[in-house]
Every structure is written in structure tokens, then in C-alpha cells.
Design a protein around this ligand. Structure first.
Ligand code: PGA
Length: 241
């Protein structure tokens, strides 16, 4: 594991975006695993800037997002499909047909999970997967549990997760109770994993995930087993290292 502790969140964004840009420059048809939440937004802004400067093209890139709320259509302002368009896809030259995210409104979410896994399998492995980390150690929406699921599946969101995400909704009651998420097996298949954390509120969980026991009660701890894990931390998130 390669832990890079950088002085500021701005530097985390720059280094994260540089890693992705370099990958796409050398492999224009790279498969990117993308994430939502506050953490990657600054990295996406740097990617947009690199695209606008003509440093990189995403024309041939395939993108797979980690997760989506069950029940929210792609047009809902808090759906992750909407988030990705607003924060990244609408501002770069990626082919919308090559952007993938589980559908929150599939008639059968379990079947949707299977469809998504088949799609992932059809493109081979994700070259680089961006991950944030939840305060409880979740990755994607794989919440702490006695056992974890490998493939894309429906999860009930932890109360802590719904509380953390309530800031984006009018109130907590509007936060969906379930989500579809790629499983830890699919995440760990990525050739490179880029785990990003910023801010003092992530310091303890990042330290526990990367130095504590490997346990499904802290899904991010499974990342310790990955052969090519890059961790980008700002000084606050990295203060325990
Ligand atoms: P955040 O969420 O980036 O909004 O902190 C991360 C996560 O819950 O995985």
C-alpha cells in the first residue's frame, strides 16, 4: 500500500486527478470506477480542468459507478446518476453510452445487480477505482456487517450513513433506506484502487481501516489485501499516520 499524505485537500485533488489523467493518456480506453459523495468532487473538477486544457480526452473511457439509491430516478437531484452528470460527465467528452450506474428504479433491484455485474464482467477489470470512505468504514454502500456480499446487491443503509447523507436532502426522512452497490469482491478486482479521504472527521476511520484488523465490520479494512492500493490523505485525515 502506498499512503500519500499531502498538506492540503487541494493537493489531494491535484494528485488524484493526475493519476487518472496519466492512466487515460497511456490507456485512452481505460475503465474507470467512479464514486460519488463530497470526497471526489475536487478531483472531478481537476479532471474537467485537464480536459478543458486539452491534456486529456475521455472519448473512449468507460465509467462504472459504485452505487445508486434505490427508488430515485436518474432525474432526481439527489440521485447519483444526476450527481455524476452535474459534477463530471456534462463537462467532459465521455460518451454518455459508456457511463454506467446501477438503476435505482429497476423493477427488480436484485436482477439489476446481476445485470450490472454482467456488464462489468463484459468489459474486463476496472483499471482504476476511486473510493471514499464512510465514517463507519463503508466503501461504496458496503456497510459493516458480519458478512459481506461479493457482487452488486441491494443493501439497507446504516443509520449513520443516512444521517451523514441527510445534508443533501430536506430532511433525513427523505434519504432512501436502500441502495444498490457494487460488492467488495467487484471493488477488489480493480487493478488499482485509489482511496481518498479528507478532513479530521475521517482520521480515525482511515487509520483503523488501514492499520487495524481486517474485518467485515470495517469493509474498508479489506483494502489492506489489495496489491495496488494508493491512499491519498490530506493532513487532517492523515494525522494518525
Ligand atoms: P463523503 O462520503 O465523500 O461524502 O465523505 C464518502 C462515503 O460515504 O463513502
Amino acid at each position: 500500500m502506498n499512503i500519500l499524505k499531502l498538506p492540503t485537500a487541494a493537493e489531494v485533488n491535484e494528485v488524484g486527478a493526475d493519476l487518472i489523467t496519466s492512466l487515460v493518456q497511456t490507456k485512452p480506453n481505460a475503465v474507470l470506477g467512479l464514486a460519488t459523495g463530497s470526497t471526489p468532487v475536487g478531483i472531478y473538477q481537476e479532471l474537467i480542468r485537464a480536459y478543458q486544457r486539452g491534456l486529456v480526452s475521455f472519448k473512449q473511457v468507460k465509467a462504472f459507478n459504485l452505487d445508486e439509491y434505490v427508488g430515485l430516478p436518474a432525474t432526481h437531484s439527489q440521485s447519483y446518476a444526476y450527481f455524476m452528470k452535474e459534477q463530471l460527465f456534462n463537462h467532459i467528452d465521455i460518451d454518455p453510452e459508456q457511463t454506467n450506474i446501477p438503476s435505482g428504479t429497476a423493477a427488480d433491484p436484485h436482477e439489476e445487480g446481476k445485470r450490472y455485474d454482467a456488464l462489468l464482467e463484459s468489459v474486463g477489470n476496472i483499471d482504476l477505482q476511486i473510493l471514499g470512505i464512510g465514517h463507519n468504514g463503508h466503501i461504496g454502500f458496503n456497510e459493516p456487517a458480519p458478512a459481506l456480499v461479493s457482487g452488486t446487491h441491494v443493501v439497507e443503509l446504516a443509520e449513520q450513513t443516512r444521517e451523514a447523507n441527510a445534508r443533501f436532502f430536506d430532511d433525513k426522512s427523505q434519504v432512501p433506506t436502500h441502495a444498490l452497490t457494487m460488492g467488495v469482491g467487484s471493488i477488489l478486482k480493480a487493478k488499482t484502487i485509489l482511496l481518498v479521504a479528507k478532513g479530521a472527521d475521517k482520521a480515525n476511520i482511515v487509520h483503523r481501516a488501514l492499520t487495524g484488523p481486517i474485518t467485515t465490520e470495517c469493509p474498508a479494512s479489506l483494502l489492506q489485501t489489495h496489491p495496488n492500493l494508493v491512499v491519498l490523505l490530506d493532513s487532517e485525515a492523515g494525522r494518525n499516520f
